[in-house]
Design a protein around this ligand. Structure first.
Ligand code: FAD
Length: 295
């Protein structure tokens, strides 16, 4: 189904983000996760595109498998990193030929070991250029774009970052999926600013449950996501007790999602880090359990 058809009147779009694993064991684990989470009938599952790593070629394969084996809609992430315009078109052609018709169009982060994004020879510099390219050559495709409630870490200013978001949507973006955040007020402010700029597509908040504090602290640090002091001190207090961290993280995530839903968000984009446990517990607590398992 096209991204633009997944939100709107009476529809709540739950989406689940995964990444291509590196080992055969982890691949089997992901298959199990996908089977388990598929019962929640997500609007789509998206698969990331590595920043130049060995799993790059796997994104289309996973999307294709998700669609063919689980009957779910898949969205393939794709970035400008290291590709000429012709290579970008070739990859998009492959995705299209394999039935993957929704793309998360991103600029991408610099590959490991590099600090600045460098435009590839004959390539594109911004996600807005990739959105325009997709829209020109594959107008039938659905296009998701990234949004940053706490401003993109390399943005010159918040104002320019918001104008950039508008450009991505004006060039053909069908929906915005945000970076993870733990302070909902940042999202609400962002949503309001985007609306006032005329960004009239669904803006879907990204939620990453805290399952292991050290890992999330690192990820949040890279993204510039604030971790509320009270939450951080609760997590610090249980130190290396991972089970206790998980419980604190899950309770926080459920409350965070409840508050977002109460504010009328069009959906939630759940970063599950290829695991099903946290997702299960959060979705059940939110009353999103599939009908046959309720009660
Ligand atoms: C939902 C989501 C999914 C993601 N999936 C992946 C993934 O699969 N693989 C991956 O490698 N990364 C992924 N990322 C991370 C993303 O690639 C990085 O955040 C990257 O640094 C920016 O990508 P972007 O598409 O937002 O870039 P852009 O929208 O191009 O923005 C990048 C920076 O340039 C600025 N900018 C944009 N246009 C202009 C302009 N015309 N003039 C001046 N400044 C401009 C912006 O303000 C911003 O600071 C994801 C992020 C999110 C939120």
């Amino acid at each position: 189904m096209h991204l633009s058809e997944l939100y709107g009147a009476g529809q709540f779009g739950l989406s689940i983000e995964i990444f291509p694993p590196k080992s055969p064991e982890a691949e089997e684990g992901l298959r199990q996760t996908l089977r388990e989470l598929s019962v929640y009938k997500p609007a789509f599952v998206s698969c990331t595109y590595g920043a130049g790593g060995s799993t790059r070629g796997k994104t289309i394969d996973w999307c294709s498998e998700i669609q063919d084996e689980l009957g779910l809609t898949a969205t393939a992430h794709f970035t400008c990193v290291g590709h000429s315009r012709d290579e970008l078109l070739e990859w998009l052609q492959q995705a299209d030929a394999r039935g993957v018709h929704n793309i998360m169009a991103l600029r991408g982060d610099p590959p490991a070991g590099q600090t600045d994004f460098v435009t590839a020879a004959g390539g594109l510099s911004y996600a807005s250029d990739l959105v325009a390219l997709i829209n020109e050559h594959f107008p039938q495709m659905g296009i998701g774009v990234a949004g940053y409630p706490e401003t993109h870490p390399q943005a010159v200013s918040r104002k320019i970052d918001m104008e950039n978001l508008k450009r991505k949507v004006d060039n053909g973006g069908d929906a915005v999926f945000t970076q993870l955040f733990y302070v909902n007020d940042h999202f609400y402010r962002y949503w309001e600013e985007a609306l006032s700029l005329g960004v009239n597509v669904p803006i879907v908040p990204g939620v990453m449950p805290i399952t292991e504090f050290s890992r999330i602290k690192r990820i949040a640090g890279m993204c510039g996501a604030e971790i509320p002091v009270e939450l951080a001190s609760q997590l610090e207090a249980v130190q290396d007790d991972k089970a206790a961290q998980l419980e604190i993280g899950l309770e926080f995530a459920v409350n965070q999602c409840r508050d977002l839903i109460d504010h009328g968000v069009p959906g939630i984009h759940l970063y599950v880090l290829n695991k099903s446990d946290a997702g299960h517990r959060i979705l059940d607590a939110l009353g999103m359990a599939p009908a046959e398992t309720v009660g």
